[in-house]
Design a binder for this molecule. Structure first.
Ligand SMILES: Cc1cc2nc3c(=O)[nH]c(=O)nc-3n(C[C@H](O)[C@H](O)[C@H](O)COP(=O)(O)OP(=O)(O)OC[C@H]3O[C@@H](n4cnc5c(N)ncnc54)[C@H](O)[C@@H]3O)c2cc1C
Length: 481
């Protein structure tokens, strides 16, 4: 029997699990996929928003501004990447300038720090590739970018170090409540028991809630967003996030510098029925191109290395729905976590524990909670002395596997053996970046498959590409006679 079961290892569930691991009591995090963060947390714009956009007095506004500040703490404790880029919001005519003025006032109400206007000349000095049609610029210095997937991974790893349990490949299939205890069934067979259940299952939150609740107070209406990714050789084309003024469809198509040097262009915003369909569409990408041309000129589309789609868990409730269930107070909904969900996530975790759980049960802080998680240093980031030492201990640092991103065999091995191992090709890509460059794994994937097989002692044909049951090697084609 667990004190807390958290459903869903996206950034919300990951940080809630870590927050709970600060206190005495047992915590179990369940994830249906074979890794953390494989849904919205891996496919988004990666912006730690300032809080200029959400409606004042909403949970989104409150938790976005608080979350933005908490990223400064997470950077130190979890060693996550955080770029303090700042952002510009760009207007193109009188009507958009009026919206910009509204955003300025809203930023002040939401207590966004340092927000101010810039002259067009100042803005162009900082961003020479700004589109010629821009007429007015609002600057948001507290905007940052991070690598959201690594935030989720590092939070779960740190929670495990502090006693929490993580189980992957565990789909919650039913939830019952008997004699004050929740019975959570996974994979249609094993029954787990808990005093509290926290539903952080993203786009699936309404389905998971309906396993228990007669009436679910929200419905998730999935909303797709498509992107182009530019190679990191374009680093410096823009130096900060460029937003258009928002519309009723959301924050619009953006240009966003990423922590690894790439630039993202997107997303569009289209409702769809499926919670999982992440195929890119010609119409979607054409729309992204058209809209992006209002932000910057001469965007180097010849440097596109891939496209992707993310799915927002937009809910009919409009704001985040973070609340105890009316019928079963120890069942906590963390739902409708669309943008600015990754910004708000550290504050969502605080809110769930301090404002909801502590009102229902006393929590005793552990005296030995260790907030720190060490980063695995990549060979290319080491000093010459560190490289010498690392190579002496692990000669496989001497073999380059991914030429695009300068990843060595030694780096890949470290990531295969970390607390939550990279045991698929994409798992290694997300951790070590092997396959993230211009060739998108064309050269290194074979080596990565061989290394996973050897290091984890599993047959080559059992190595998955991404999800469960996605092997790449199906049979031998050249058998030695
Ligand atoms: C296109 C796009 C752009 C965005 N840009 C930004 C941005 O720049 N800044 C920002 O702040 N926010 C942004 N967001 C929002 C942000 O990405 C999300 O709010 C955040 O990732 C949500 O995290 P989550 O943990 O709530 O959900 P998810 O990451 O979706 O995680 C939910 C998890 O629950 C698991 N799960 C589901 N059902 C079950 C089950 N039955 N049993 C077990 N596990 C289950 C899933 O497998 C998944 O891993 C964007 C989102 C999108 C889609």
């Amino acid at each position: 029997m667990y004190d807390f079961i958290v459903i869903g290892a996206g950034i919300s569930g990951a940080l809630i699990t870590r927050e709970l691991s600060k206190y005495q009591g047992s915590v179990l995090l369940l994830e249906k996929e074979n890794d953390v963060g494989n849904h919205a947390t891996i496919a988004n714009s990666a912006i730690v928003h300032s809080g200029h956009d959400p409606e004042p007095n909403s949970l989104k506004a409150q938790l976005c501004v608080r979350g933005n500040a908490l990223y400064e703490v997470l950077e130190k404790e979890l060693n996550i990447p955080l770029l303090r880029t700042g952002a510009f919001v760009l207007a193109h005519d009188k009507e958009e300038e009026a919206t910009l003025d509204m955003l300025y006032r809203r930023s002040k109400t939401n207590k966004v720090p340092d927000v101010h206007y810039l002259s067009i000349e100042e803005a162009r000095t900082l961003e020479p590739n700004l589109s010629d049609s821009v007429t007015k610029v609002l600057s948001l210095p507290s905007t940052k970018v991070t690598y959201p997937w690594e935030v989720a991974l590092s939070a779960v790893e740190n929670a495990i170090m502090n006693g929490a349990e993580f189980r992957k490949n565990q789909t919650v299939t039913s939830i019952d409540y008997k004699d004050g205890i929740f019975v959570v069934k996974v994979n249609k067979d094993e029954c787990l028991h808990a005093r509290f259940v926290i539903n952080a299952s993203g786009a699936f939150a309404d389905q998971v809630a309906a396993m228990l609740e007669q009436e679910v107070p929200y419905k998730i209406t999935p909303r797709r967003g498509e992107y182009f990714v530019l190679d990191r050789r374009v680093k410096g084309f823009i130096n900060r996030t460029l937003y258009p003024v928002p519309t009723d469809k959301g924050k619009g198509v953006l240009l966003v510098p990423q922590v690894h040097g790439n630039i993202l262009i997107g997303p569009n915003s289209v409702f769809q029925d499926s919670k999982q369909d992440i195929t890119n569409t010609k119409d979607g990408l054409n729309y992204v191109k058209e809209e992006a041309s209002r932000l910057a000129k001469d965007i180097p589309y010849n440097q596109v290395i891939r496209t992707f789609t993310g799915i927002r868990a937009t809910s009919t409730y409009k704001d985040f729905y973070i609340s105890s269930s009316k019928a079963y107070p120890q069942f906590i909904h963390v739902a409708g976590i669309d943008s600015p969900g990754l910004t708000a996530a550290p504050a969502i975790a605080e809110y769930v524990v301090n404002d909801l759980i502590k009102k229902l049960t006393p929590l005793v802080r552990k005296t030995n909670f260790n907030p720190y998680r060490e980063k695995i240093k990549m060979f290319h980031d080491m000093t010459p002395e560190e490289k010498k030492e690392a190579f002496k201990n692990e000669p496989r640092y001497g073999r380059l596997i991914c030429k695009c991103e300068k990843v060595t065999e030694g780096d890949v091995i470290q990531h295969i053996h970390r607390i939550i191992p990279g045991d698929t090709v994409k798992g290694v890509k997300k951790r070590a970046r092997a396959g993230s460059g211009i060739c998108q794994g064309g050269y290194c994937e074979v080596d990565v498959i061989k290394l996973i097989s050897k290091e984890l002692n599993i047959p080559l044909k059992s190595v998955n590409y991404y999800h469960q049951d996605t092997p790449i090697l199906l049979k031998e084609t050249k058998v030695k006679k």
